[in-house]
Design a protein around this ligand. Structure first.
Ligand SMILES: Nc1ncnc2c1ncn2[C@@H]1O[C@H](COP(=O)(O)OP(=O)(O)OP(=O)(O)O)[C@@H](O)[C@H]1O
Ligand SMILES: [Mg+2]
Length: 279
């Protein structure tokens, strides 16, 4: 079904936390895939469902993207993915990422076949945590195949400035590719103002791009905001509990998940399918 790539430019705005929060409330079957070239974090953060991890309460770092890549050298089919996935306590399925950046260096060939295999999954959307994107990142191959690229930013001057540069670069690198969306991580007390400010800056950037290129630049829309909520983020880094459902972060994630699924449906990427959230 749909492949949604989540990424950032500079800083660590909270991409991994957002991927887990969105996955936890996603209204359809979903897989969170750690594709961050700098290495994954989930094995250090979240407990495995012992029923699906040979009785261990920890995620197995050797079962995930690395083991999938080892079997994918001669081609990668969607039905090969499931056996490399693990389930978190709470029920969210994850594909654990690489251990470190060195492993990613030999894997530049992986991202296009991986993205195509994700999109070929019949009943499952994939939220790919693509980490921080630099210039000419090999992960652009995955982004190009995605149904939507979502850039996360905090509403600080420096992060929005870097985001704007990344939007300009991606607009060129992904020309003809998926739409770009932005999600703003902001203090819930200034939510509306922060989102409106980022929207204003991006609209200005788009207008300048169009004026420069003479052709319409791909739309870059602000899809919504995720709450900066240290308590919620902390809970998403540990044992999940009932209280998580009431955190500002998870509540805001529900709204972003709804906006995102509506977008990819409108673009015809996926059939509507309702399933329970993972709480
Ligand atoms: N919505 C949030 N509210 C408050 N704190 C957050 C939020 N999201 C993330 N954080 C905190 O920010 C830090 C970085 O979060 P996270 O690992 O999700 O960022 P990242 O963008 O994936 O970083 P990296 O690029 O290093 O992988 C963590 O300490 C996390 O608890
Ligand atoms: Mg991360």
């Amino acid at each position: 079904m749909a492949l949604i790539a989540l990424a950032a430019d500079k800083g660590a705005p909270g991409v991994t936390t957002a991927a887990v929060a969105l996955g936890a409330v996603w209204p359809r079957p979903v897989l969170v895939a750690e594709c961050d070239q700098a290495g994954g974090d989930l094995v250090y953060r979240l407990p495995a469902d012992p029923g699906t991890s040979d009785g261990s309460a920890m995620l197995n770092p050797s079962r995930g993207l690395l083991s999938l890549a080892a079997t994918a050298r001669r081609g990668l089919r969607p039905d090969q993915i499931a056996e490399h996935c693990q389930r978190l306590v709470g029920g969210l399925d994850v594909l654990v990422g690489l251990t470190n950046a060195e492993q990613a260096q030999g894997m530049t060939w992986l991202w296009t076949p991986l993205a195509r295999a994700f999109r070929g999954l019949q009943e499952v959307d994939v939220l790919a945590d693509c980490g921080r994107l630099g210039a000419g990142s090999p992960l652009n191959d995955l982004l190009r195949e995605a149904d939507m690229v979502v850039l996360l930013t905090r509403a600080t001057l420096e992060q929005v400035a870097h985001l704007r540069e990344r939007v300009v670069a991606l607009t060129g690198e992904l020309r003809g590719g998926p739409p770009l969306g932005v999600v703003v991580l902001a203090d819930p007390r200034d939510f509306r103002a922060s989102i409106a400010e980022v929207d204003r800056i991006l609209t200005g950037t788009r207008q300048r791009l169009e004026a420069r290129g003479g052709v319409p630049a791909p739309p870059v829309s602000v899809l919504g905001g995720l709450a900066l909520d240290p308590k919620g983020a902390e809970l998403l880094s540990g044992q999940w509990g009932g209280r998580l459902d009431r955190t500002l972060l998870v509540r805001s994630a529900r709204e972003v998940a709804t906006a995102l699924t509506a977008r990819v449906n409108a673009a015809g990427a996926a059939e509507p399918l309702m399933a329970e959230g993972r709480f």
